[in-house]
Design a protein. Sequence first.
Length: 757
Amino acid sequence: MYPELKRIAFLGGHTPRRCGIATFTSDLHEAVAAASPSTDCMVAAINDHQQRYVYPKSVRFELEERDPGSYRRAADYLNFNNVDVLSIQHEFGIFGGPAGSYLLGLLREVKMPVVTTLHTILTTPDIPQRKVMDELIRRSDRLVVMAQKGASILREVYGVDNGKIDVIPHGIPDVPLVDADVYKEQFGVGGRFVILTFGLLGPGKGIEYAIRALPSIVARHPEVVYVVLGATHPHLVAREGESYRLGLERLAEDYGVKEHVIFHNRFVSADDLKEFISAADIYLTPYPNEAQITSGTLAQAFGAGRAVVSTPYWHAQELITPETGVLVKARDSESIADGVLQLLDDPERMGAMRTRAYEQARAMTWPNVAASYLQSFNHAKADQRRVSRSAFAGWTLASRYDLPELRMDHLFRMTDGTGIFQHACYNVPNYNEGYCTDDNARALILCCRSDEHGGRASHANLDALLSTYLAFMAAAINRDTGRFRNFMAHDRRWLEEYGSEDSHGRAVWALGTCAARSRNDGHRLLSIELYERSLGVLEGFTSPRAWAAGLLGISEYLRTFPGHGQSNEMRSLLVSKLVEIWNQSADDDWPWFEQSLSYDNARLPEALILAGHAIPDPEALEIGLKALKWLASIQTTSSGHFRPVGSNGFYQRDGIRADFDQQPIEAQAMVSASLAAAAATSLTSWKKEAKRAFEWFLGRNDLGLPLYDPRTGGCCDGLHPDRVNSNQGAESTLAFAISLVDMHQAEEAFSASVQSA
């Protein structure tokens, strides 16, 4: 009947997990599989953090609620298995991260159409809930709601086009309409009027209001018994034990109705549940809150032809008419009692309600619901209007790559008369952390390259900033040893005798850049002096990243001073060191310089590409390109966006790669190295790699959230599994700004080549 859908995956909880979503996912999967026997229907089940479950064979993949990597692995599994449609059962609480945001990591990776069933739709979501909901809507091809009220909220609150929404009722078993007396004896309630409430127990069920209504009901109908069927929600038990249930039992005793209330503290099977419902005369839902868009328990009782008394939450308002049930006031025991008594006092009316409810509910049986879902799945598959995951149009001859303008506002904010501060609290400088040579070197590089690329700062302002950063470098160097100190307190006290090798290499890089590019004679001459004084120290270093940074500075210097003997000699020495560690470490499975990937990774191949191309040294160039190609491959997701190795553990060979926390310097290094590769090879594929890495700043990343703040020019400090780090420190801001300058220069060079062609 539906041959075009070869494989459907369902994502949600699954029995034997005890929650409404798990039951729904299991029932929907079984119903769709029965309706379309030729379709391979599978389930990806969400495990809560408390325990694992013994699932049936239909559960092919398990996700751990609180493990963000589990969601991405699930996406890989679904993509690899060529799933035609993914059906997601969405409830904020069953997914990990703030407001269930870990789910978004999966949605950004999957390639198939997505149909999302929304079990909760909030009219006033908080900020995290709204962010998750907006992206969930954007990345879903179709949205299923179980009531017209849900469709109305999607249109009015979230701006969803009505054509994207399918209203499909909650499925129910197709059971016969039976007389309640047939089943009462087996539960020990023969000859009594049975009022039933069932489902996982928790404070939001309003059962206390029903118990308080019982004295008035029992006074007129002493044969009444109120059956509360269902186990306490497992998460509530884990937090509070059975205090809620025990409180209800005490309440029944206090109100003198203990003998009229039966608590069945168990999670019943589907077959047992049908019999409990069949034994009920009245099904009661006393939920206190209006904002419940669906109730599976209400749907099932209604479909079994039970008379219903309910508070007017959204699903009940839509399902129940005066002919099929009674609506009563929420949080009002007197109104509940009156509604129940209306039916107990008029058995003929109650019988008519049961018949009409049963007839009306036939469209809600699982076979009919499954057919509606298959129609929605086919609609999604046929349209397959997947939202583009690219931040920009392609970089082509016919279209200009639309880059942001360079803004220096945050750079000025972060700088005082001494230098640039290392860290920020949000976008406010953090004085407590002081300054460092690393960041002042980065700032010096930016200022040397930015004044001709659209920055808002005037040349005079840039000149003043450059003077500040260069002065910091001059103060940082020990002129006797040629070594740079790195960390300085806010009161201008140096905190160490000399800094790390990496910070020294970065200082050489900045000074080589300033010596080669500055148009200010004083800046250029001082940079040359400091560069030559510090260059020779690189020879004794053991850090590959210090060698690489030094090589980048040497490459800059030799562009302007190609005959400088010491620079040429040091370049050859450092290239040989990088080639040597490559030969010691690299093989076909791990083509890299070390047995781990840590930070600023792309700088190593970039240094070899620049030096190998300039010398020329074909071996060095080939190694640099091979290493960068491998690095690019492992930092590109299946959906095509950039995912750098995370700093929360990095990536040891044969170990587990850390995907978070992702750092801006990794994106910056990849932009710069890819553009160097493009210049050395003339291959447009490297321009695409640069664009991919640059777009990470702008939101083409695992969370779909921008790190760049276009209002100030600041950049956030990293990407966590569930959020952006909102602090806009110097390293991050400079990483974005230098990458932006790199991209501007590449675009200008590309445009010039097109015009001259």
